[in-house]
Structure formats: structure tokens, C-alpha cells
Design a protein around this ligand. Sequence first.
Ligand SMILES: NC(=O)c1ccc[n+]([C@@H]2O[C@H](COP(=O)([O-])OP(=O)(O)OC[C@H]3O[C@@H](n4cnc5c(N)ncnc54)[C@H](O)[C@@H]3O)[C@@H](O)[C@H]2O)c1
Ligand SMILES: O=C(O)[C@H](O)COP(=O)(O)O
Length: 467
Amino acid sequence: MIPTALRTAARTSGRQSAAAFHTTASLAADVSVEHGRGEWKTYGDITTYKPGHFQIKTYNKISPHGLARFPKENYEVKEGENAANAHAILLRSHKLQEDEVNLTVRAIARCGAGTNNVPVARMTELGIPVFNTPGANANAVKELVLAGMLLGSRRIVDGINHMYSLGEQGLARERVEKDKAMFGGRELKGKTLAVIGLGHIGAATARDAEALGMTVTGYDPGLSIENALKLPRSIALKDSINSCVGDADYISLNIPYIKGEGGTHGIIGNDVISGFKNGAVLLNFARGELVDSEAMKTHLDNNDGKYISDFPDDLLWNNANSVILPHLGASTAEAEDAAASMAADTIREFLESGTIRNSVNFPATSLPNRPENSIRLAVVTLNKPGMLAHISEAFANNDLNILQQINQSRGDVAYNVVDVDTSGHNVVDFKTVQEKITMLDGVLSSRVIYGVPGTGYAKNVGGDYFV
Ligand SMILES: NC(=O)c1ccc[n+]([C@@H]2O[C@H](COP(=O)([O-])OP(=O)(O)OC[C@H]3O[C@@H](n4cnc5c(N)ncnc54)[C@H](O)[C@@H]3O)[C@@H](O)[C@H]2O)c1
Ligand SMILES: O=C(O)[C@H](O)COP(=O)(O)O
């Protein structure tokens, strides 16, 4: 729903002045594109916006190392609601609400792996690509999974708590040797680890577990070639979760949380848990919702076994056989820097050249550099027949020749990047062409990737032209 102020802006924008931008080549035409919200003054709250800059809205604490990738000449970074005219959103685990996604937002990047905190399906309907940072924090999580295996084998937490209590009573020296018999454990070497999900984290965990002398089994119906090449040679690949966990002393869950039919909600339920070996340790550094807490509690209360996780759980947080940490998997300086840097680079590439890399809802798309004397238009459409023909026709009707173009689709959405020749034109009225293309039935948005940062974006919002 367009807010009233912005609806007015959308209707009147055609009457407002546009800026002319010059291409670098000497023979280039003047190109007139729509200038954000006309004279800027209708562009939301002007006091929070620097015309000529891309505005990045952040949620959560994003590593300054990553944010430094946005050059100050062209970008301003603002936290949450201070960014009233955001062109892109950068976040970690913040549960993003639709009303936090301004009409001006062209893209969203999750500094991390899981995008279940972003309403991805809705963003696809709105024509907004959502990106993540595959592998950027995988080493940090893998190291915590390894630590989790040790926590599950050596009663380290119980031992620490016991020493604390003895210390308080002044009994530490007297009791320390006698009491150690209470905290016996077992070794990882020679035990079996089952890895569910052999992606960036799972594959690295499998490899390191083998190096610790463990036998490793794995299950991943969507194993990529890239991750398959990282697996230890000795891994036994299984064809179901149940067959993977049956012989395991440790089970590491490393899959995404996906809601709805065919998703992964409660995928570790009673049918899987009842197949656990006595004493098995379940490591959940993926998402809390993957595990059926009731079933896990019943299991822990009636069998040997442990649950180690970095996700909150109302039923398991104080269970004697569980160790629950804060959501710390990716909280290392290295992972935070890497994820924020990758996210910032991805957003920059998208805003500055239209390239799509590491999106979870849009097709990977990359075009060679824009030729001289050309303008680039990126158009998001529904994935239906005839869209490309209509876009091409709009250019032809305005005597604009297409130099290169790419059209990629994914699910319900298609993404087109078109470079059109401006040579031989004195003035190219791009406002008119862009409005025609944007208001075609099935077009969601368009963006002139040219000229002043932050300009040239238009949306077809249920028949309203928002520019
Ligand atoms: N605790 C943390 O701080 C933390 C940090 C990073 C990631 N994570 C979580 O870990 C998950 C995995 O991260 P990653 O970087 O390895 O992601 P990834 O995309 O590289 O790997 C996920 C793998 O899971 C597989 N998979 C999907 N559904 C499956 C299923 N039902 N059964 C078996 N395999 C399945 C996929 O094919 C893929 O290979 C993320 O989605 C996120 O939820 C948690
Ligand atoms: O999916 C992820 O990448 C992790 O859960 C990390 O989340 P965080 O960035 O909030 O630590």
C-alpha cells in the first residue's frame, strides 16, 4: 500500500523537473531520467536523505569493516528508522517486517546465511531481490559445532558450575580431586558423526571431524559440486535423515529453516529422534525451529543423550542434558567482517551495475560492462510470456537500439538488463520510455543504472506509477 504522501508524489512526479545527465563519451546524448522524487522534497523526509547518495538502512550491529565498503561520496549508511528513504537494507537476524521496507528499497542483503527472518516470498512479489552471504560465516559456526561436540562429551559445563559452587563454599582444594569422578566423559576419536546438510558449514564440519579421527556419515539431497569437493573421502553418504543418524554418536544439523509445506519446520521430530542411538548428542547450530522440542525433551528425559544448541528453547533451556548458548555461531570478528563485506559488495554490484549474485529469490544475472554511449535499464517482471518483446518494442518505438541484453528467470520472477544505444540522439527522454515500460502489465519495477546515485527507480504499484 503506498502511503498517501508518496501516492501524491507518484502522481505528480511526471510534472516535476528531471535532471539531465551526460555520458562520458564526447558524442553522447543528453539523457533525461526521472530524478528520484522529482525535486527531492517529496522524497520522504529530506532531512534524513542526501540527494545523490545511495542510502543504506541497517538493522543489527553490522561490522564497520563491511560498512566501510560503501564509499562516503556515494553512500550514506543509517540505522533502522533513521533511513526513511533507503535504497537497500543490510541486516543480520532482525526479523524484518514488510512495513520496514520503504517503497524506495531496491534490494535487501542478509549478512549471514539464513534468510528466514526476511519475508522472502513477499519481497519476490514486490520485485525486490534478497541476498545472503554464502560461506562467509561458515568457519565460525563449524568451530562452535566442534566445541559443541566437546561440550557434549566431557561435561565441561557441569564441571565449571561445580567448581564455582565449591569455590563459593571454600571447598575447591579439598574436593577437586575426589569429585572429578562425577564428570567422566568420552572421546571424539573413533566415534561417528552424522552431518545433516552438507553445505558450507556441514562440509567443513565433516572434513574436520574426519581429521579428529571420527567416522563421518552425511545426508544432503541438494549437495552442490562445490561442497562435494570439500567432503572427506571417507564420508558415507546416506539417502535419508533416518538412515544417516542411526549409527551416530553425534548428529550435526546444518540445514536452512524453511516454513510451510515441504519445508524443514520440526524436521527433527519423534520419528527421527526415536532412531537415535543411546547417548547420541544432537548439535543444532542451524535454527531452533528445526527440532521438535517436545519430542527432544521426552527423549532427553528418558534416555542418555544430549542437546547442544545456540538457539533459545523454552522447553530445553534448563534441561540437565542440554547446553543452550546465545545465538553465537557467527559471532566472531572474522565472520562478522566477512559477512558484512560480502553483503556490502553484493549490494554495491546490484545498485551500480545491476548484477545479481548470491540472491535467494532472483536469478543470477551478469552483463558485461555497459558500452560507451549507452544507458542501462534493469527491469523486474513477472515470469510470463511476451514481457521481453514488450520491453524491446518500447525501446524501438522511441528509436532506441538495444546493444546488449540479458533475461533470466527464477520461479515467478524475471529480471532483464538492457543496454540501449544513445549515439545519434541529441536528447534521450528516458522518463517517457521508463514510464511506458514500468506500466506494462506484468512489470514490477525498473531502474536506470546510470547517472546520479539513488535516481532512476520506478515501480508499478498496483497501477500507480511510483518514481
Ligand atoms: N548458529 C549460527 O549462528 C548460524 C550461522 C550460519 C548459518 N546458520 C544456519 O545454518 C544453516 C546452514 O548454513 P550453511 O552456510 O551451511 O548453508 P548452505 O546453504 O551452504 O548449506 C545448507 C545445505 O543444506 C542442504 N539441505 C537443505 N535442506 C535439507 C534437508 N532437508 N536435508 C538435508 N540437507 C538439506 C542444502 O542442500 C545445502 O547443501 C543456515 O541456513 C542457517 O540457518 C546458523
Ligand atoms: O544464519 C546466519 O548466518 C546466522 O544465524 C548468523 O546470525 P547473526 O548474523 O545474527 O549472528
